[in-house]
Design a protein around this ligand. Structure first.
Ligand SMILES: [Zn+2]
Length: 392
């Protein structure tokens, strides 16, 4: 983080990230990407309060089952507010506005929700274990009949998204009922077999982890295996037959009677902070062009080419490419070395000849070769590379 000037941590905010411009560019890129994917997959984005009355967390069961990880305030004498450790109750509150019909289901609500969870200071570890983080969280409200199709839909979307980030090797874990839980055993039986059936229909292999489910339902966990064989748990899909009932969620069914929907909790990145950390590890800092905070540096060999370099950079920026110039009065070898230490994926080198001919010499990170192209062609290539693989 420090070497690439992406983010830092400091004493006064244990487990919370200070994002620098470059890191925040990448972070926002992750959100933009996920927003496009979710929109296409039929999700609607919402935003819910960070602090809510403790009584809500008592009703949801979080206070009893998760209270030791929650931060609370005691600002007012007569009420205690809690910082949300999860977005679920907020989404049920949105669902509960107005009378819902079975025709609206499945209703998929998504939020880039910032959550806070207490982690002992000894457990904090860079971006990988923090106390405040952003989830690409969503809750799907559906009927019992729709549950199976939704699990398949979510699993397929999750695997497709990991592919865009270069992760093909995914381990799937099915975690079953823990000791500390809410809800009848019969509901747990149904939920656990629903998950197993969805995986079976997709022909995916998985491992069962007895007793590792959430307190409100069983879950699937998606574990990414990175470039050097390390495992990282990221996405989750949790079936929940409990929370909607506890928080009075209802819809009117085809039979005109009231029913309690099933809720599926799902996150694909999981924590964006953590996913970012995993990407840095997986790519050893050299993020693919579509994610890199600076995609190309336009560097001059002689100051006579300064105006041309500025113009070339402006045209790249106008085409949506994250470009910057290096016009310093330094040797080109030094500029190349620094650009490569900063892991900038491409460099467009310009001298007197390039300025006269309207070309650039395009160099790639980690390669000594360069390719002389017209500025237009270079812009076209860089534009293509600034898209995720599934969108090119
Ligand atoms: Zn949830």
């Amino acid at each position: 983080g420090r070497q690439l000037d992406l983010f830092h941590f400091q004493e006064e905010a244990p487990g919370s990230v200070f994002w620098h411009p470059k890191g925040w560019t990448v972070f926002q890129g992750l959100i933009d990407y996920m927003r496009r994917q979710q929109r296409r997959a039929g999700y609607q984005e919402v935003n819910t309060p960070d602090m809510m009355d403790l009584s809500l967390w008592k009703r949801s069961g979080h206070w009893e089952n998760y209270g030791e990880n929650m931060f609370t305030t005691e600002r007012d004498e007569d009420r205690i507010l809690a910082l949300k450790p999860m977005n679920c109750p907020g989404h049920v509150a949105v669902f509960n506005q107005g009378l819902r019909s079975y025709r609206e289901l499945p209703l998929r609500l998504a939020e880039f929700g910032k959550v806070h969870r207490f982690e002992p200071s000894g457990a904090l570890h860079g971006l990988l274990r923090v106390r405040s983080f952003t989830q690409d969280d969503a809750h799907v409200f559906c009927t019992r009949e729709q549950m199976h199709a939704e699990c398949i839909h979510i699993t397929q979307l999750t695997l497709a998204i990991y592919k865009d980030f270069g992760f093909d090797n995914i381990v799937i874990k099915l975690s079953t009922r823990p000791e500390k839980r809410i809800g009848a055993d019969e509901l747990w039986d149904q939920a656990e077999s629903a998950l197993a059936n969805a995986l079976g229909d997709l022909g995916l292999e998985y491992t069962v982890f007895e007793g590792e489910g959430a307190f409100y339902g069983p879950k699937l966990e998606f574990v990414l295996r990175d470039a050097i064989g390390r495992d990282w748990q990221c996405g989750t899909l949790q079936l929940d037959f409990n929370l909607p009932g506890r928080l009075d969620a209802e819809y009117v069914g085809e039979d005109s009677a009231k029913h309690t929907p099933i809720m599926i909790h799902r996150a694909m990145f999981g924590s964006l902070e953590r996913f970012f950390g995993i990407l840095i590890e997986h790519h050893a800092g050299a993020l693919p062009s579509w994610l890199a905070p600076v995609q190309v540096q336009v560097a001059t060999i002689v100051s006579d080419a300064d105006d041309y370099a500025r113009d070339a950079c402006a045209r790249m920026q106008a085409a949506g490419i994250r470009a910057e110039t290096d016009l310093r009065n330094e040797k080109i070898n030094l500029k190349v070395r620094e650009s490569s230490l900063a892991k900038v994926p491409a460099m467009a080198v310009v001298g007197r000849r390039e300025a006269e001919e309207g070309t650039v010499a395009l160099r790639r990170l980690g390669s000594k070769d360069q390719q002389v192209l017209s500025l237009d062609d270079a812009i076209e290539i860089l534009k293509q590379e600034s898209l995720p693989p599934s969108e090119t």
